[in-house]
Design a protein around this ligand. Structure first.
Ligand SMILES: Nc1ncnc2c1ncn2[C@@H]1O[C@H](COP(=O)(O)OP(=O)(O)OP(=O)(O)O)[C@@H](O)[C@H]1O
Length: 308
C-alpha cells in the first residue's frame, strides 16, 4: 500500500483533492479517486455530476482549479505524445477532421500508433456500414461512435477512456460495442473506464461501479455489492404509516395498491422491526435491480440537496 506521498503505478487513475470550478459552478469537489489497473470500471452519476469534466481533466484538455490528477502515473497536465499513445479516448464531441475519408483517418492512425492492431479495427468497424471512401462528416452519429471506438481499440491502448460510448447506438451496434470492450479487456490487458447512464449495460460488463454525485465520490465497489446495499420492503401499514423523516435509510417510498413500498439503503432485519413497530401487518423484502438501486440513490439527493 502506498502512503500519502507515493503514487503507486497500479492505479491507472489517481486524483487528489481534485476540484474544478466553472465560474460559480463547482463541477468537481475535492475528489479523491483511485482506479486500479485492469478490468472494466463504470462511472455513473446524474446529469452534471462531473463525469465529462473529470475525463477532460484526466486527458489534459482542461486544467484543474485545484488538486491533481494522474493518469497512468503521469500528471494529466503534462502528458507527452507517448503517454497519449497509451490511452484511447472516445467521447461524443471527439473531433476527427470531417473532410477526411474514413480510409485516410485509419491510415493516419496506423502510421501514428506503433501497436496498431488492424484485426481489432476490422473487427469493430465490420459491425457498422461504414465505407472506407466515406467522409467522416457524412457518417451517422452511431457510425461515428463505432468508427471512433474501432480507432481507439486498434491503437492497442493500456487504458481506454470512454465518455458515454453507446449513446446513439442501435441495439445491435450496442451489443457489438460491449462485446468489443469485453474482448479487448480480456485479451489485451486493457483497463476500461467509461461513463454511462445505462445500468443494464453496466450490470453486464462492469467489474467496478463508481458513483459520482456533484463532483464527489459517493460509492465504489462491484456493482452487485452496491445492489446489496439497497433493499425493497413491502408492508401493509394501516393509515399513513411512519412519518417519512423517521424511516431509516429511506431512498424512496411509493404507495401501490394499498401497500407501502420502501427502498432503503444499508438496512438489515432491524428494518422489519421498525415497520412492525409502526403498525405494519405484512412485511416482505425483495432484492432490487442495479438500475433501481442506482436511480433511487441518485434521485434521493436530487430531492434533498442540503442533506449531508
Ligand atoms: N464549460 C463549462 N462552463 C460552465 N459550466 C460547465 C462547463 N462544462 C460543464 N459545466 C458544468 O459543470 C457541471 C459538470 O458537467 P459535466 O459535463 O462534467 O457533467 P456530466 O456528469 O458529464 O453530465 P452528463 O451526464 O449530463 O453528461 C455541470 O453542472 C455543467 O453545467
Amino acid at each position: 500500500m502506498g502512503d500519502a506521498t507515493d503514487y503507486a503505478n497500479d492505479y491507472v487513475i489517481e486524483t487528489r483533492a481534485l476540484s474544478k470550478r466553472y465560474g460559480r459552478k463547482l463541477a468537481l469537489d475535492n475528489l479523491d479517486l483511485r482506479i486500479p489497473r485492469g478490468r472494466i470500471h463504470a462511472i455513473v452519476g446524474a446529469n452534471g455530476a462531473g463525469k465529462s469534466t473529470l475525463f477532460r481533466i484526466l486527458m489534459g484538455f482542461l486544467p484543474p482549479s485545484a488538486g491533481e490528477a494522474r493518469i497512468l502515473g503521469k500528471d494529466s497536465q503534462s502528458l507527452t505524445p507517448h503517454d497519449r499513445s497509451r490511452i484511447g479516448f472516445v467521447n461524443e464531441e471527439h473531433t476527427l477532421a470531417s473532410w477526411m475519408r474514413v480510409s485516410q483517418v485509419a491510415a493516419m492512425q496506423q502510421h501514428q500508433y506503433p501497436r496498431w492492431n488492424q484485426h481489432a479495427y476490422d473487427n469493430v468497424i465490420g459491425h457498422y456500414h461504414v465505407l472506407p471512401e466515406q467522409k467522416v462528416g457524412q457518417l451517422s452519429r452511431g457510425e461515428r461512435a463505432g468508427f471512433n471506438l474501432a480507432l481507439a481499440l486498434a491503437q492497442g491502448p493500456e487504458l481506454l477512456v470512454l465518455d458515454e460510448p453507446t449513446l446513439g447506438l442501435d441495439v445491435v451496434a450496442k451489443r457489438a460495442f460491449l462485446e468489443s470492450l469485453m474482448y479487448s479487456n480480456a485479451t489485451d490487458d486493457c483497463t476500461v473506464i467509461y461513463c454511462s447512464h445505462q445500468m443494464e449495460e453496466i450490470e453486464r460488463v462492469a467489474d467496478n461501479l463508481i458513483i459520482l454525485e456533484r463532483g464527489q465520490l459517493r460509492h465504489m465497489s462491484a456493482p452487485e455489492d452496491f445492489t446489496a446495499r439497497v433493499s425493497h420492503w413491502i408492508a401493509d401499514v394501516p393509515f399513513k404509516g411512519p412519518a417519512l423523516h423517521t424511516v431509516p435509510g429511506l431512498l424512496e417510498m411509493q404507495q401501490l395498491d394499498g401497500l407501502q413500498h420502501y427502498l432503503v439503503l444499508d438496512q438489515d432485519e432491524g428494518f422489519e422491526r421498525f415497520l412492525r413497530e409502526a403498525g405494519a401487518r405484512n412485511v416482505q423484502s425483495m432484492p432490487v435491480s442495479l438500475d433501481r438501486a442506482v436511480n433511487a440513490f441518485l434521485a434521493k439527493n436530487h430531492a434533498a440537496p442540503t442533506a449531508a
